[in-house]
Ligand binder design. Sequence first.
Ligand code: CIZ
Ligand code: SF4
Length: 309
Amino acid sequence: MESIDWNSLSNDDLYSIAENLKKEKNCFILAHNYQFVEVQKIADYVGDSLQMAKVATKTDAKMILLCGIKIMAETVKILNPDKKVVMSHFDADCPLANMKSPDDLRALRKKYPDAEVVCYVNSPAALKAESTITCTSANAVKVVSSISKDKQIIFVPDQNIGAWVAYKNNRELIMFDSYCYVHEQITLKEARMMKEEYPDYSLIVHPECALDVCKEADLVCSTSQMIDFVKDNDRVIIGTEIGLYYQLKYRYPEKHLVPLSPKMVCDDMKKTDLRGAVRALAEEKYEIIVTESIKQKARKSLDRMLFFI
Ligand code: CIZ
Ligand code: SF4
């Protein structure tokens, strides 16, 4: 592979190199819902972070290439400790996940020593290791409602999902002020303007959007739940990172879909392109390593959630 001139290859060349390398290396490729469609085309499975981690436990491939961001690859590694997990890009990660450190969470736990700590899956393994249970955007409301009313709850790291969960469960949560810049930038005014422009469309949004935008939506859900919704419905405004809109347009070209805003682009999710993904597969450079003690503690928090669903 050393002598490949990567810049000279067409997409067709890259697709065929990827097919050969997958077989040669016994590698299973996962791509997140927000990835470019071209990258999703080389994947054996496309989904949200939890779906990817779970599917990875079912393959007997020796190696997994994750096209997405580092924290998702860590979750895959924790649930698949015996497999080599490789990332598609050396520094694609989630700014929301890294706004606060495990030390910040330890300080909060000190202040509220009896609180349960619920950690949204978009977080580094070291933060999950400091929590009692993990949740995803698909089950956050349910996970929190399973916790006894007399318990205080620390919910990290995303304050917008936290606000949505608090609103749905009618209870207070102790939170960080971390947020996802891709989703939080959407204002209520913009959401209302789209509804006015497309009055017969459903508005579906991700709970990383601000609470007032979520309240305006017909459905607040994860990306996998958005895909299920579009399968059964037409005329939908897609309120999440733009990659999901492109994936849905590709899968359902006949449907009437519009993005809530073309501004909803995650720079880190877009660091991986087809060339980079195939090169990462060839070179296996960006292996994910999680230390043993963090792996064990984070696994407990993840297992509690998996048992739950
Ligand atoms: O959990 C994921 O994959 C994310 C970040 C989005 C979603 O809700 O599916
Ligand atoms: Fe993180 Fe937001 Fe990008 Fe998702 S869209 S990876 S939450 S910054």
